[in-house]
Design a protein around this ligand. Structure first.
Ligand code: PLP
Length: 473
């Protein structure tokens, strides 16, 4: 096939190889020098588009030209999520084995919607999620040897949506959707509300349960709300607990909440999107006490387990309600393996049909670092956060906003909101670090989420030095 008389349509294998080496070289050099780059971009809205040609090229360009534009157009418009000074939101991990696993997945270019469309994609996924069950002390009921098991979703938001859809199906009253009520704490991630709305649950049927001084859901408030609703003819169908809230890292009491929800037959979903990775260390597993009572559980290896976005590990104790609600079998997807019921077809475990071979990158990470490597990594961040916490605790001008969980530290200026906001701006203006904020007890609060792949204790010391300099000025 040729594009014109003398230019073949595709790169030759040797051109592909050379371009591939060049792309890896580009990325390795970029990451090697990432600390020298400003952590946030100075680009103004529209700035990137104005540097791009108005029309797509009529004839193909060389790979060198593409890489040159990565330097001149794209790199200046990147927020450096892989910079060791990244403490914003929750970090999104990337690591060499994950990048390479993802590259191979992309190169293989498979769509793992059915077992039959790539048996290795499905079986590796089931297998590495079983590894996670074992590695993280997740209860056996989430292992694929029983009626449930794990699946990789693109995001925790999708995992929550799937849990909601399965819960709605299990109630088996589709005609009475206006009578279904869901319960999450007022600190739950916004994806819970979004998922509920997508599933057809109206805002008035989403109850935001209040929280205690640690921002953890009050089980007694949940019980009161569920009882009231039940007596008023509503069906409590879905309760989500959060282990490690986005704002402050608060941990709901899964055990107590699950005991209440179970009495009313509600589905219990546990969202540990960020904190779940830490349970690879046995000493941090206490945050998930009661998980054996839950129906579903999700955490994101793409947040803190060295695996590139997107990779959210979602587990169900019983896959039947999930599969029943999501399975639609048109003629063109029928095949003997599915029909024999011997295989998992992951299209029935998610909303879209198509799916990437995401298990490869997770497999590469688990094998390359080993459980010990990942534990050392997580512990290094938690230890750095403990040290940082003590610096804040003893600081004359700063105070903790709440006792930290794992590696998320929230603090504020003793002089109030304006001083806190100014401190955040002055830190971020250095372009050496990136912090984000939240509000707790109606105070403006700075968040330091230690969890970027290349962040070490020395970086956290440097952050503290920077904070001291800014507070004094
Ligand atoms: N749940 C919690 C507790 C989170 O912190 C986040 C994101 O930070 C999410 C859910 C949503 O994660 P995702 O971006 O994977 O949908």
């Amino acid at each position: 096939m040729t594009q014109s008389e003398d230019k073949p349509i595709h790169m030759s294998p040797e051109e592909f190889r050379a371009a591939g080496y060049a792309a890896i070289d580009w990325l390795v050099d970029y990451l090697k020098e990432i600390e020298e780059r400003p952590i946030t971009s100075d680009v103004k809205p529209g700035g990137i588009r104005s540097a791009l040609p108005e029309h797509a090229p009529e004839t193909g360009e060389s790979f060198q030209e593409l890489l040159a534009d990565m330097d001149s157009i794209i790199a200046p418009g990147i927020t450096q999520w892989q910079h060791p000074g990244f403490y914003g939101y929750f970090p999104a991990n990337s690591s060499p084995p994950a990048v390479l696993g993802d590259l191979l997945s992309t190169g293989l270019g498979v769509n793992g919607m059915l077992w039959a469309t790539s048996p290795a994609a499905t079986e590796l996924e089931t297998h590495v999620l079983d590894w996670l069950v074992e590695l993280c002390g997740i209860p056996k009921r989430f292992h694929s040897s029983g009626p449930g098991g794990g699946v990789i979703q693109d995001s925790a938001s999708s995992a929550t949506l799937c849990a909601i859809l399965a819960a709605r199906h299990r109630v088996n009253r589709p005609d009475e959707i206006t009578k279904l009520r869901a319960y999450v704490s007022n600190q739950a991630h916004s994806s819970a509300e979004k998922g509920l709305l997508v599933a057809g649950i109206t805002r008035q049927n989403i109850r935001l349960i209040d929280t205690d001084e640690t921002f953890s859901m009050r089980p007694e408030s949940l019980e009161k709300a569920i009882k009231e609703d039940s007596e008023a003819g509503y069906t409590p169908f879905f309760v989500m607990t959060t282990v490690g809230t986005t704002s402050s890292g608060a941990v709901d009491n899964v055990e107590e909440i699950a005991k209440i929800a179970t009495q009313f037959g509600a589905w219990i979903h546990v969202d540990a999107a960020w904190a779940g990775s830490a349970t690879i260390c046995p000493e941090f597993r206490g945050i998930l006490n009661g998980l054996e009572l839950a129906d579903s559980y999700a955490f994101n290896p793409h947040k803190w387990m060295l695996t590139n976005f997107d990779c959210s590990a979602f587990f169900v104790a019983d896959a039947q309600p999930l599969n029943e609600t999501l399975s639609i079998v048109p003629e063109y997807l029928r095949n003997s393996a599915s029909e024999a019921g011997e295989v998992i077809d992951y299209r029935d475990w998610q909303v879209p049909l198509g799916r990437r071979f995401r298990a490869l990158k997770l497999w590469f990470v688990l094998r390359s670092y080993g459980a010990e490597g990942i534990r050392t990594y997580i512990r290094s961040h938690v230890q750095a956060a403990e040290w940082f916490t003590e610096q804040i605790r003893n600081h004359p001008k700063l105070e903790l906003s709440v006792e930290p969980t794992l590696s998320l530290v929230c603090f504020q200026h003793v002089d109030g909101d304006k001083a806190s906001e100014q401190l955040l701006t002055s830190l971020n203006d250095t372009k050496k670090v990136l912090l984000t904020h939240t509000r707790l007890n109606d105070n403006y609060v700075l968040r330091v989420a230690i969890g970027s792949t290349y962040t070490t204790f020395e970086h956290v010391e440097a952050l503290m030095q920077l904070i001291n300099d800014k507070v004094q000025n």
